[in-house]
Design a protein around this ligand. Structure first.
Ligand code: NAP
Length: 250
């Protein structure tokens, strides 16, 4: 009997400590979200200009949807959202007249090409203001049905690479002013062991053990290459700060 009450007391204490820890983590995360929202508001007020145009990939949920919603709070922001499930995106943003949705499947090069053309027209139009592309869409574990071995690389690296390069070339021809590009990477890229052997294997379709970390590392390495126009790669947890830096370059 005594042992039973000792056990239940232990369980009770464990549950109380666990509950308090969860509450503390939730409070800290909430604080971070609120801080990020208020920073976005402040930076847009300073950098949007009269007609800010931002392209975001993958805005049917998660970070992309939240970013789109926060950007739309500024009345000078117009958005073009590239989404695989464009009907879902249309439903989510149907109340916003300043949002256009276009189909984009990063696994399909034709779809990326068509979206790059659309994004170019969108960014070239309107009055002066911030011009930005946020390569947000990504996958950690692609659905089994899609897994031909390289769909993580295709979604996280090849798709954004193709989109960004196509857009850069289109803009360079007609529009010398740069577009700011933010790639949503991940802290997990630190686990990558990408080297030229692995890269060669990837091109043969042998993606190794950690395609998520490797594809995000690839994204950051490519972005680090100096070029004529401005591309910047940033880690997910710093998205707001880095969007801020990109805006400050205007
Ligand atoms: N959440 C995290 O903790 C975390 C941490 C570090 C980095 N990240 C990075 O942050 C980004 C967003 O993550 P999230 O957590 O917000 O993910 P999420 O909620 O799963 O959203 C991912 C978005 O990408 C889209 N997408 C996936 N595959 C696509 C494809 N082939 N073509 C076009 N769109 C595609 C999804 O569209 P569908 O609705 O059609 O699937 C969805 O809109 C990713 O790049 C991810 O790697 C996230």
């Amino acid at each position: 009997m005594e042992r039973q009450s000792w056990l239940s007391q232990l369980l009770y204490t464990g549950a109380a400590v666990g509950g308090a820890a969860c509450a503390a983590v939730a409070a800290r995360n909430l604080q971070r979200v609120l801080r990020a929202r208020s920073r976005i508001k402040v930076l847009l007020a300073a950098s949007a200009g009269t007609d800010a145009r931002v392209v975001i990939t993958g805005a049917t949920g998660g970070i992309g949807q939240e970013l789109a919603e926060q950007l739309l709070r500024n009345p000078s922001v117009h958005l073009l959202l590239g989404c695989r499930d464009h009907l879902k995106a249309q439903r989510l943003f149907q109340s916003s007249e300043r949002t256009k949705v276009h189909r984009l499947d990063l696994l399909d090069p034709d779809s990326v090409q068509a979206f790059a053309d659309e994004a170019h027209l969108f960014l070239a139009g309107g009055e002066s203001g911030l011009r930005m592309l946020v390569n947000n869409a990504g996958v950690m574990r692609p659905p089994v049905s899609q897994s031909k071995g390289d769909s993580t690389w295709q979604t996280n690296f090849l798709g954004p690479f193709l989109l960004t390069e196509l857009l850069a070339r289109l803009r360079q021809k007609q529009q010398p002013s740069p577009v700011r590009v933010v790639h949503v990477s991940s802290r997990l890229e630190k686990r990558s062991q990408l080297d030229h052997h692995l890269l060669d294997a990837v091109t043969r379709g042998e993606v190794g053990e950690n395609p998520y970390a490797d594809s995000k590392r690839g994204l950051m390495l490519w972005t680090g290459i100096p070029r004529l126009w401005n591309v910047q790669a940033f880690c997910f947890l710093c998205v707001v700060r880095e969007v801020h830096r990109a805006c400050e370059l205007r």
